[in-house]
Structure formats: C-alpha cells, structure tokens
Design a binder for this molecule. Sequence first.
Ligand code: ZN
Length: 480
Amino acid sequence: MIKRIFITFCILLVGLIGVLLFNTFRFNPASESSKPSIAINKYDTAALHLSQALQIKTVSFGDTLPIDTAEFIKFRTFMETTYPLMHQKLEKKSFNLFSYVFTWKGKDTTLAPYVLMAHTDVVPVEAIAESKWSYPSFSGAIDKDTIWGRGAVDDKGSAIAIMEAVELSLQENIQPNRTIYLCFGHDEEISGKRGAAIFSKWFDSSNIKPALVLDEGGMVDTEKFKATGRPVAVVGTGEKGYTNIDLTVEIPGGHSSTPMKETAIDILNKAIVKVRAKQMPALIAPPVQDLLNRTSAGESFFTKMVMANMWLFKGSVIKKMEASNQTNAMVHTTLVPTIVKAGIKDNVIPSIAKATFNSRILPGQTSGDVVAFVKKAINDERVIVKKQTISLFEASATTSADHPTFKKIEGLTQQVLPNVLVSPYLVVGATDSRYFRPFSESVLNFSPMQDVKGFHGIDERLGKEDLNRMITFYKLFIQE
Ligand SMILES: [Zn+2]
C-alpha cells in the first residue's frame, strides 16, 4: 500500500516537473521583432524653446484656486510665435480659453486618426522648496546639456517635443498619412475637468474615434530592471481607476466635560482603522503580467520558471510585490484616508465626523467592489459609506501588447533607443488621456525620456539628449 502511494507520488512529481519545464522552455518574455536604431539629430533651438516655455508660470494651484490667466495668455503667444506653421496650416480650436486642439488633415481620411497629447500646466513649487533648487524653479536655465525648471519633465518637455516635430515636419512639407489631432490641456494637474474632459467630449460628439491616443505616463528606465541588462521602456497599456469614498458618522454630541462611551469621532476612528487593516483581494492585471513577463528576460532560469507557471507561483509573486509601496499598488486596489473632518470647538463633542478615502482601482475590480469592501470591513451601520460621483473613473480597458498600436510605439522606441526592451505597464496615476478611453480603440502612455528626475519635486530637469530623442520619436510617429 505504502509502496503504491509512493509510486503515485513520484509519478505526480515527475509530471509536475515536466509541466513546469515545458512551460519554462516555451516561455518567450521579450518580443523578437527589433527595428534598427537611427541617428538622433541635434535640435539646438528646441532646448531654447523649452527654456522659454519653462519661464512662463502656467501653474495649476488647486481645484478651487484661480489660475494666473496672464501667464496662460503669455504661453499662448509663445506657441503662436514659436510655431507659426502649426498655427497657419493646422485648424485650431480652443476650449475654456487655454486648452487647444489642432487638426492636421491626413492624406487618407478614411483611416482612423491618431491623437498626440500633452498638458501645458505645471504643479506649483512650495516656497520652502525653492531654495533647494540648483537653479530657480522657473528660470528655464540651460546648463550645458540640461534644461532646468518646473515642467521640464511633466509635461512641457513632451508638449515642446510634439510642437517641434510638427513644425519641422511642416517645414519639410510633410503631410501625415492619417489625420493627427494635437491636444494640449491646461489643467491636467487639477483633474483636467476644464480641458481634456471638455475637448474629449467634442471628439465624442463629433464621432471621431481615434485608433490611438498617445499621452504622458510611461518612460525609459535603466535603473529599476537591472537584470535585463537593457534600458526598459515602459508603455502604459492600462490605467487604474479613481474614486473617493466618504464615511460619515452622525450621532448627538454634547459637552466635553461629560463624554459618552462612544463619540462620532471614536466610531469614525475605528472604521478607518478597520478599512486600513486589510487590503482588497490581490490581482495581477494584464499590463502587470506583461511587465513581469517581459522584464524577466535576462533573469535566472528559476525566475523564468516562476513567470511561465503563474498558475502555481502567483501567490508568492504577489507576496513579493506587496513588500514595497510601489509594487503593492500594482497588485492591489489601494484605499487611503486623505481627508478627516470633525469638531468646531475644544469643549464641544461634535455630532458629525467625516472621512474621505481616496481609492485607485485595479483593472478587474470596480468602484462597486470598493464600496462593498469598505462596508464589509467596517460592519457598523452607524457609519454611512457613500461613493462620490464626481471624479469617479472606473479602471480602464487594457491595450494588448499584440495590438498594432503597441507594436507601432515599440518599433519607434527601438528606432530612437538602441537595445531597448519595450514593455507594457499599468499607469497607477491618472492622466488626461483617461477621458478618451471610452471611445478610443487604444490609449497608450509613453514618451521616450530616460531616468528623468525631479517631477513634482525639486530640480526638475530634462537633458538635451532626451529632448532630441523625443522630437525624433514624434517626427517618426508623424511620418509613419
Ligand atoms: Zn503630467
């Protein structure tokens, strides 16, 4: 009997090893097709133009705070004088004064159009941080090979690179094959409600369905994926959703000298702790699986075996990813309290306490799942759980790595960056392009800048080499 069990066990074990090895040898993480790289031109005046753009303070201060319209008018004039052909030959539409859509008619209007996007607003620089900058934050200083200033990376670098590529192509009398729309939003840093939300509606109501929308989000990294031995370009092929969940507790308050057993603040406090104690179920969304697969090129045989046999190793991969905040956000819908409000006076127990949780939703889960999770975690009817309807976005659909638009971006990136490994990834933030997702065939987030530093922080800057590469990339994109 024991012998029979032992033999059965051995057969199962050999079978398992066979399956693992079969999958591993069949596993092909990196894509085979590789386009030869081309020489990158030097566009010396482009650095000067970016410098000028960075000196204009097109700051989005906050959702309810006014912008300095004089600066946005200055930026408009800068665009008109620096890119005259773009303004003469393309049709321009303005939305809420400072967001613009340019239409560049293609040779073949039967083809679905492309959209190139970038935003022209920037986040503010805190007064306390200003002294820590190597060059004043709005100086646009050019030091040898680098252009310094708020917005160099996010996102005036891309905006300038797109406009340079368009202007140069127009100088060369190039007309794109298919129609290209250039979209420049002016309030991406404060949700895009006045810019991209509005002009995307114009696309939708005009029945314009882009084959591809290319926006900020992905970049090239030579530091995070050392094992590949190659620069890795991560192209956003899907975006997490966004929602806010309000918790409200309303029970009679009173005098603070004779407190009751539980106050509104106590109940809310316990609810917050309960929600934070657990995470929503982990999930490996397709863009994350693609990223894991592709970046395992160059890794050990064992790592490849793990990737090739996720049916068996998924649990341990997720556990490893949960160890850091960055990778945890790739396998979990996150939930974190960002606003807590209660109380008006030190000796009054408030009768109402409120908290807002910000949640970023993984593809495969919904805002409804988030609400259900929060209610179950709290399990207390005194806490009213409600999802905000404004600024709610469900997680996006995913563009497959086999989709022609991904292949296009992959090919262009290989042309401007030798030896690059191009991989899909999941965008965990939120960009203007999300407004296009409901009616576009494909949305990708990428610009070929490498190891960028300082965006939303101190010493934001972009190398001339990056800018030249980006212009070349967009020129190739246009000429397709
Ligand atoms: Zn941005």
